[in-house]
Design a protein around this ligand. Structure first.
Ligand code: E4P
Length: 217
């Protein structure tokens, strides 16, 4: 499973990259605003800064909601850096734009997916990644992980190559459950990724090894 970090915070991206386990980054307009990155020029520069930190794919979201606007914006985003993936909303014009970019060999991430039917459309349009938001479904007492299972089943039935990018991952257990189900990618906060490191027996065992080493030397 690929690990993406879901943030526009450069320090957190650097920390995840330094761990050696990072495969890419997802951002969205809310995450940009959270870091105080506003204005088209600053946002574009921020994408380039992120690409210069990580080795993998970096999703950059279009703001336009009409086909022509998405194509114009997506082409400008894709021209920024070879690692950019054009992130498109799951609406009719987003699906059309996804097909347009996939025909041109430009990577896409269809975002704001909340149903298996939407996931099927994204795959038909040739999306590179398709992002079901599991945390936001859980927030409204709907089974986010159940949706990942359903999509995995459908994609496997037909051999769709679109990668299931489990998004809106909120905690460490979400990551583990996505891995068990077979999501291709997960994107989550640094805290959820670092949660995978933790086990009290590791800490106790290491303390014991160090104490025994000191006793013997
Ligand atoms: C995905 O690409 C989104 O940026 C993200 O995962 C949304 O997560 P949230 O529901 O925690 O805002």
């Amino acid at each position: 499973m690929k690990f993406f970090i879901d943030t526009a915070n450069l320090e957190q991206i650097k920390e995840a990259q330094a761990l050696g386990i990072l495969d890419g980054v997802t951002t969205n307009p809310s995450l940009m605003a959270k870091e105080g990155i506003t204005g088209a020029g600053n946002i574009l520069q921020h994408y380039v800064d992120i690409c210069n930190i990580v080795d993998g794919d970096v999703s950059a979201e279009v703001i336009a909601t009409d086909f022509d606007g998405m194509v114009k914006e997506g082409e400008a985003l894709a021209a920024l850096h070879p690692q950019i993936v054009v992130k498109l909303p799951m609406i009719a014009d987003g699906v059309k734009a996804c097909k347009y970019f996939s025909d041109k060999g430009i990577k896409t991430n269809v975002t704001l997916v909340f149903s298996a039917g939407q996931a099927l459309l994204a795959a038909k349009a040739g999306a590179t990644y398709m992002s079901p938001f599991i945390g936001r479904l859980d927030d409204i007492s709907t089974d986010g992980l159940g949706l990942i299972s359903e999509i995995r089943h459908i994609y496997d039935n037909y051999g769709f190559e679109t990668q299931i990018l489990a998004a809106s991952v909120r905690h460490t257990m979400h990551i583990m459950d996505c891995a068990k189900i077979g999501a291709d990618v997960m994107t989550g906060p640094l805290s959820a990724i670092k949660g995978l490191l933790k086990h009290p027996l590791t800490d106790i065992g290491l303390a014991q090894f160090l104490a025994d080493y000191k006793r013997g030397n």
